[in-house]
Design a protein around this ligand. Sequence first.
Ligand code: UD1
Length: 420
Amino acid sequence: MEKIIVKGGNKLQGEVDISIAKNSVLPIIVATILNPRKITIKKVPLLEDVLVLVNLLRELECSVEFSDITGDLIIDTSNLKEIEPSNDLIKRMRASFLIVGPMLARFGRCKISMPGGCNIGSRPVDLHLKGFKKLGVDIESGHGYINTKTEGLKGGRVYLDFPSVGATENLMMAAVCAEGVTIIENAAEEPEIWDLARFLNSMGAKVEGAGYGRITITGVKELKETESFTPIYDRIEAGTFIVAAAITKSKITINGVNEEHLMPCIEKLTEVGVKFKIDGEKMLVDGTEDRFPVDIKTLPYPGFPTDMQPQMMALLSLTNGVSIITETVFENRFMHVGELVRMGANIKIDGRIAIVEGVKQLTGCEVKATDLRAGAAMILAGLVANGETIISEIHHIDRGYTRIEDKFNSLGANVHRIKI
Ligand code: UD1
């Protein structure tokens, strides 16, 4: 078992490089199933979630090579077998359910166990299934399995009750080679949706409107060879380092940002008192000014991202005054509150609302990474806590951040991983 130990008190300085977005890479890896050719995805971070998908593809007899030097992931799905993926891999990550769309497109069938992932609410897949039905898929479920099959995918009009990221991606992939036109209404607008469309279109798909609420997919007979593809930068990793500068009252430079994708975070953190200077993909963050409490409501993009809520809570727990955080995307995403309270934060929860009253100082103690972003919040709190913060269950953190301790230490923090 491994733990991360953070010794608090160091100011940060210098530059940090942001990796390619986990939430872009995962659907893009899965989308290679649609095109039985050698495909190169560039600069892929070796995250635990990426490894789950790599193992899943290998289990289905695809060839997957990874270059440590370039970060190129070379996938060839031409030998893909229609085997039921093992329960263990599917249960480890919710995004593994994204194989259903491409498998339906390739084989007309897919049997899969119900997905797992971060423990942040019940996270059903009803919207994915409702959409598949509109594309001519028969669905049976029971005993923890979902069985989907179709005589041939047919374009249709799908309205999503909620702009689910995963459902939008799964349906886009299923529709790419379906007969006719598919329209997804109330589609998710996250930058990663736009990125998946960019990847699909680079292979000859006809996806229009991705990144907006209405996506139109005109089915093509088959996909073609593609140049290597580089996904977008990780806006949540960048956001985590912005908060690191703010919480430690430091000035740092973040390389690999897209200002537009980060706009919801930039706007909120500007209200908090953080200053930004952005030059292309370089962002200078100045967290040295006074901080102010803010109210946050998580929403689908372009609203404030739920994946930044725990990190912001760590910051606001040290910001003089009362901040209100409302979590509307997930029903159970306040598990980090108990851990922050152990460190001395003053936070009360009422349903989906957290009332955060800023305290002067947090104290280091033993805490858990209750999920991926909650783990990041524990590191951030540890950076300024008195003494040592010892974080367990860090496998959650490794799902979404590569070399997180190296990145923090290169900025002057004191973050170490120990084996016990
Ligand atoms: C993706 C991101 C995750 C992020 C989330 C919201 C990836 C790999 N993960 O997760 O980091 O936190 O978007 O921005 O991209 N829902 C249903 N029925 C469904 C599908 C979803 O009720 O069929 C609900 C979920 O329970 C949740 C909400 O919709 O409450 C958002 O889920 P969704 O947008 O699908 O998130 P994911 O794709 O799982």
